[in-house]
Design a protein around this ligand. Structure first.
Ligand code: 2AL
Length: 243
C-alpha cells in the first residue's frame, strides 16, 4: 500500500521546504511518498501573528489541491500549526500540526518537556498551543534563541540552538526537548547528542503520526466541527476560495 503524505511548509522559503522534505523522507516508510511543498503565496517566514494569519490562505489552497490529487494525509510544518482546524474542514484524511505532534510525542517518552523556539515574541504562542493541546502541565518552559527562522541553518545558529536546548533541560528540570520551529528539524540529531535527552522534531513526529493514522484507516471526522465548511461566496483577493 502506498501512502501519499503532503508536508506543507506554510512559509515560502523553498530551501527550508527542501530541508523539511529531506527530514520527513528520512523517517517515512518505504511505501510512503512525501510531497514537501510551500504555498505559492504568503510570508517567507512565520514569526508573528500577522505572518501566521497571512500564511493560512496558502496552506488551505495546498490542502484543497491535495484533495483534488487524492492525498492521504497532511502535515502542517510550522510550529504555530497555522490553519490546522480549517485544513481539517477541507481534508478527508488526517491533518497534523508539528507542534501538536511534537508535544504528543514528548509526553509519551517523558513526563515533561522544554520548548526551544525562535524569537521571544513566539514564546506565548507556544504556551497557547501547549494549553490548547492539554500539555501545559507537561511543558516546563519555553525558551527563545532569538534567531530569525531563515538564519537557523547557519552553523553558529545551530550551535546556539543546541546550547540553549541543553541549558533549557537543566533550567526546567525537564525530561525532553521539543524543537519549536520546522527550521530546526535538521539539527535534531546534533541536539540529541549534546543534550542526552529525547529531542522531538515535530516534522518527523507529525510525518510518522500521519502515516500511522492513515495506515489505521483513520480519517478526519466529518460529523461536527470539522464537517466541510458551508458553501459561500468569497470576494476580492479571496475570490478563488469560494467553494
Ligand atoms: C516557525 C516555523 O516552524 N516555520 C516558520 O516560518 N516559523 N516557527 C517559529 N517558532 O518561528
Amino acid at each position: 500500500m502506498t501512502y501519499r503524505i503532503k508536508v506543507i511548509n506554510p512559509n515560502t522559503a523553498l530551501a527550508m521546504t527542501e530541508s523539511i522534505g529531506r527530514c520527513a523522507r528520512a523517517v517515512a516508510s518505504p511505501g510512503t511518498v512525501v510531497m514537501a511543498v510551500s504555498p505559492s503565496m504568503g510570508p517567507e517566514s512565520i514569526e508573528s501573528h500577522y505572518d501566521e494569519a497571512l500564511a493560512v490562505p496558502g496552506v488551505l489552497a495546498e490542502v484543497a489541491a491535495g484533495e483534488r490529487d487524492g492525498v492521504d494525509g497532511y502535515v502542517i510544518a510550522c510550529f504555530g500549526d497555522p490553519g490546522l482546524d480549517a485544513a481539517r474542514e477541507l481534508a478527508t484524511g488526517p491533518v497534523v500540526g508539528i507542534a501538536e505532534a511534537a508535544m504528543h510525542a514528548a509526553t509519551l517518552v517523558g513526563r515533561s518537556f522544554s520548548v526551544v523556539t525562535t524569537l521571544s515574541r513566539t514564546v506565548d504562542r507556544a504556551w497557547e498551543l501547549a494549553h490548547r493541546y492539554g500539555f501545559a502541565a507537561a511543558c516546563r518552559g519555553v525558551h527563545a534563541c532569538d534567531i530569525p527562522v531563515l538564519d537557523l541553518e547557519d552553523p553558529a545558529a545551530r550551535k546556539t540552538v543546541t546550547e540553549l536546548c541543553a541549558s533549557a533541560v537543566e533550567c526546567d528540570g525537564s525530561d525532553s526537548v521539543v524543537l519549536g520551529c520546522a527550521g530546526m528539524a535538521s539539527s535534531c540529531a546534533e541536539v540529541s547528542r549534546e543534550t542526552g535527552v529525547p529531542v522531538i522534531d515535530g516534522v518527523t513526529a507529525a510525518t510518522k503520526l500521519v502515516e500511522s493514522l492513515v495506515s489505521l484507516g483513520l480519517r478526519t471526522s466529518t460529523r461536527g466541527e470539522y464537517a466541510p465548511p458551508p458553501p459561500k461566496r468569497y470576494s476580492g483577493l479571496l475570490r478563488d476560495f469560494t467553494h
